[in-house]
Design a protein around this ligand. Sequence first.
Ligand code: ATP
Length: 331
Amino acid sequence: MVATTVVDVSVIQTNGLTKRYPRVTALDGLTIDIQPGVTGLVGSNGAGKSTLIKILLGLAPATEGTARVLGLESAAEGSAIRAQVGYMPEHDCLPPDVSATEFVVHMAAMSGLPRTAARERTADTLRHVGLYEERYRPMGGYSTGMKQRVKLAQALVHDPKLVLLDEPTNGLDPVGRDEMLGLIRRVHSDFGISVLVTSHLLRELERTSDHIVVIDGGKLLRSQTTASFVEATAALAVEVTDSDAHPDGAAALRSALSAVGIEAVTAPGRQLHLEITDDGVYDKVRDAVVELGLGLVRMERGRHEIAEVFRRGPEAGADPTAEVTSAEVNR
Ligand SMILES: Nc1ncnc2c1ncn2[C@@H]1O[C@H](COP(=O)(O)OP(=O)(O)OP(=O)(O)O)[C@@H](O)[C@H]1O
């Protein structure tokens, strides 16, 4: 008889993970399973993202539940996890008086690399993140973008299998954000390193990640591939003219749609927003507009606001894998 071995490819697994501080529950029974690739962890400020990362790294104990990283138990095997995982903290933590090179060499040596290897890896990694001549200058004079690159470099220098990046685009301007998101994508595509990247900005994680995990108040709201997430949060924006018969065209259309089972919400700019449940929605809107004798100014597919994704979480009785049901569109 041939024995079959089931290979567990999860890079991160948590089960009922809970973290209670005296005044707040930062994580509340969180169960997630993250596969190799780039995963975006999205949540508003205080959602529990940083707390999760600290528990995964074995830097903070959970109150209840378990966490495994690369198959290792976070509570008991923190140092073995940190040897294989890179961590980019959210806040500025760089000593101002030393150069990027000195700092990253030091971090590489702390990870156990011999001095020569540490120097070589530092030069390669700083080049990869786009720091050149500046790498010999004290970091106190660096821009936010340069500091974020150094933080990314020190997370990569010991050639980890996984990196945990806590709000890497914080404080960056749009160009800086784009560059950082490109770098993050390449961490996986060029080196095969899995990435867990947090942000409170859903849009940027959608562009970078294969998979999206949404948490709020320490609870899981959604865990989906980015493609299905984008699909599930699609909405339609409709703008119509008024007429003599219908001085408030949007209100008339809203009632007409309600009569055929489509609930729309009024949005700024005399628009209606509604959920795209299936392709038939477009026809129903067009028919209602024609019947009312209104002019159709625009009918445009858009996105739900992240706030709407959050509102449709467990407190709304929704399953984390269920469709978002209300309509609110990012303009
Ligand atoms: N050491 C601590 N002691 C007490 N409360 C804490 C501690 N660390 C975090 N919290 C609280 O736990 C909750 C989750 O915080 P956490 O930093 O994990 O959120 P976050 O999603 O990373 O948000 P942010 O991006 O604002 O840091 C917050 O209400 C925070 O105030």
